[in-house]
Design a binder for this molecule. Sequence first.
Ligand SMILES: *[C@@H]1O[C@H](CO)[C@@H](O)[C@H](O)[C@H]1NC(C)=O
Ligand SMILES: *[C@@H]1O[C@H](CO)[C@@H](O)[C@H](O)[C@H]1NC(C)=O
Ligand SMILES: *[C@@H]1O[C@H](CO)[C@@H](O)[C@H](O)[C@H]1NC(C)=O
Length: 408
Amino acid sequence: MNIHFAVVFCVLQLFDGVTRAYAGHASSLKSHYKETPSYAQQVPWTPPEPGGGNGVDSVAGGGGPTGMGDPLLLSPTSSSPTPPSFSTDPPPKCADVTGLSAGQAKLCLLYEEHLASIRYGVQSGLTECRSQFLHRRWNCSMNAENAGTPFLGPDLQTSSREAAFVQAIKSAGVAHAMARACRDGRLNTCSCSRSGRPKELRRDWVWGGCGDNMEYGYKFTKGFLDVKEKEKRWKRGSPEQGRSLMNLHNNEAGRRAVLKKSRVTCKCHGVSGSCSLITCWQQLPSMRELGEYLKEKYEGAIEVRATRRGRLQIRDPRFSLPTASDLVYIDDSPNYCIRNMTAGSIGTHGRECNRTSHGMDGCSLLCCGRGYNTQRLVTREKCECKFHWCCYVQCKTCTRNAEVHTCK
Ligand SMILES: *[C@@H]1O[C@H](CO)[C@@H](O)[C@H](O)[C@H]1NC(C)=O
Ligand SMILES: *[C@@H]1O[C@H](CO)[C@@H](O)[C@H](O)[C@H]1NC(C)=O
Ligand SMILES: *[C@@H]1O[C@H](CO)[C@@H](O)[C@H](O)[C@H]1NC(C)=O
């Protein structure tokens, strides 16, 4: 006997109450986010509509709606780019990991089983960075001149807007990976989210299922990434201290992005779309959503400087203070048109550009007015394939002319 049931998602924004860290500061910022995020839940709740737009129809065997165990399987929001995978790489060991600070090395020994998720988080952050900046002058390339890539990925030397983005997306990636690892039972110190039932959730909806543990992801990432910036005693107002404060701020912005884009997700169960049972849980955003959100923050990043008293201050007092979710940077970006390795720019020479586009990926902007070379490529590929009964496939060979333009 087959039981048909409809599965419908409604995805609701939940975390609105977490952006008030700078309230009350006059002109200087201090990196203090002592308060754990408050999961203020002031959302207008709407019921999922049976068979609605996002609906996924599903057929279960005699066992009834068993899909609950793995809500992500059917989720419309889990469309992140294929990130590096967990299972194929052997789990890293603290002894083999390079580039950790003293404090991080200590935490590493205490939480060695977290390493695989941290690495995965950093890598998915950087993967997302590359895809967000694929067609920009700076394409998320980083100077990996130090022998071997450090465990937490390379960093940009210049304290630029780009460095701010890299810091934030890595932090978001790690928080994301930890939250998911908890839910998936990969860690001994955490499991499904234990966050309380949102007050506004309709009474007849069930709060349950195994949610992503954002609270753990947030806290662990804060401890692990921030300790590096806090353990050194830089001279007050020095560029090094400024960078540390900047990193702390952008780490926080990355973690908050994860909270802010998280949602309560609900699912309908019931015979053929009757939606007689609705279950809800906390769900992470995809890395793609995080990347898009942080890219916007990158565009609106706020320039700050380190004061002699060892704080960050906005450069232009006419601008409003950054919130904890905004990105901040200290230095102007290098000219990414020309190669200057000291400044951390590989230049755009050799980059592929789009001749007809007027955007950043267009040849005139990407090549910075230097012009471009055109290469004609003839490719042969199989086409017009037909399946013949029975059983072979017959294809023609087509030649395709393509032009590839690369910056001079
Ligand atoms: C490369 O960057 C450094 C640091 O920003 C700058 O001082 C230098 O003038 C640049 N070199 C060239 C050739 O532009
Ligand atoms: C950026 O562009 C350069 C030049 O085309 C290329 O070699 C490099 O792999 C790209 N980097 C990333 C991270 O995509
Ligand atoms: C080039 O840009 C045009 C206009 O923006 C766009 O329609 C086209 O798809 C782009 N081509 C490639 C290969 O990306």
